[in-house]
Design a protein around this ligand. Structure first.
Ligand code: PHE
Ligand code: FE
Length: 288
């Protein structure tokens, strides 16, 4: 999902169901495609040891299925449903926001069917099955995060009625995709866009370039983001419980009203009121 994805067709493609899902056709993947998954999985699970949050690392086990290679989404869904009631369904590409939100509200995560080719193993702008499944599914095995994602879907449908989708999309971006969490031993990764990226896993935690700021809901909903490169700012939550309290248990209608009069913030902004854990040098961004 993004807030600037441009015009999308209103009707699903011919081979898709009315809810935009398609059959995964697991037997249709080539050996090279399965090998790509296995390579990315091995490289990234080693990278995340000691970097990803406990809940994510625990959830990684649901991806260890009966056969190697790209997960069979039917088998994966069975495992995941038993844990938290979520399932994963394939789609042909980006789907309209409303369709995406409705799936989340029904505890269905939609995933791209295709996998990246070797010349694109590092940065992708369109999510493939490695990002969607390796990045997102482990946390859907965590009760708290599973609830957050469903509530986000319901909140997404609601945001459309308030004309506030772009504000709520920023919350998704800075939590679900690029969030960091404070843990006893220091900062850890939980955002799917980070944990599925070899380069950004290190960059987000260890590089002096980006800002690392305490999570503040209104601040986040005012902050623009970049989709073409590593983030210039990461927001750090205190815990998943705290994130749920600030979002699931909060009525956003008055917040949307207040946001109408507030100016957008640049992706690299640091404000007087920010809880600054690390003020970024932005050295990396300056070279791009
Ligand atoms: N509680 C929010 C609302 O009133 C919706 C929401 C839930 C947003 C969970 C994000 C995450 O609209
Ligand atoms: Fe994603």
């Amino acid at each position: 999902m993004s807030d600037d994805s441009g015009p999308l067709p209103k009707a699903p493609p011919a081979h898709a169901a009315a809810d935009w899902t398609i059959t995964q056709d697991w037997t249709g993947y080539t050996p090279a495609e399965h090998a790509m998954w296995d390579r990315l999985f091995a490289r990234q699970s080693a990278m995340l040891e000691g970097r990803a949050t406990e809940a994510y690392l625990r959830g990684l086990d649901v991806l260890r299925l009966s056969k190697p290679g790209i997960p069979d989404l039917a088998e994966l869904s069975e495992r995941l449903t038993a844990l938290t009631g979520w399932r994963v369904a394939a789609v042909a590409g980006l789907v309209p926001d409303e369709v995406f939100f409705r799936h989340l509200a029904n505890r269905t995560f939609v995933a791209g069917r295709f996998i990246r080719t070797p010349d694109h193993s590092d940065y992708l702008e369109e999510p493939d099955i490695f990002h969607d499944v390796f990045g997102h599914v482990p946390l859907l095995a965590d009760r708290r995060f599973a609830d957050y994602m469903q509530a986000y879907g319901q909140g997404g449908l609601r945001s459309l009625r308030y004309g506030a989708l772009h504000h709520l999309a920023r919350l998704y971006w800075y939590t679900v995709e690029f969030g960091l969490v404070r843990e006893a031993g220091g900062l850890r990764l939980y955002g799917a866009g980070i944990v599925s990226s070899y380069g950004e896993s290190r960059f987000a935690l260890e590089d002096p370039s980006p800002n690392r700021l305490g999570f503040d809901l209104m601040r986040v909903m005012r902050t623009r983001y970049r989709i073409d490169d590593f983030q210039q700012t990461y927001f750090v939550i205190d815990s998943f419980e705290d994130l749920l309290r600030q979002t699931v248990e909060t009525d956003f209608a008055p917040l949307y009203r207040a946001l109408e009069g507030a100016a957008d913030l640049e992706p690299d902004a640091v404000l007087d009121g920010d809880a600054v854990l690390h003020r970024g040098t932005q050295a990396y961004a300056a070279t791009r």
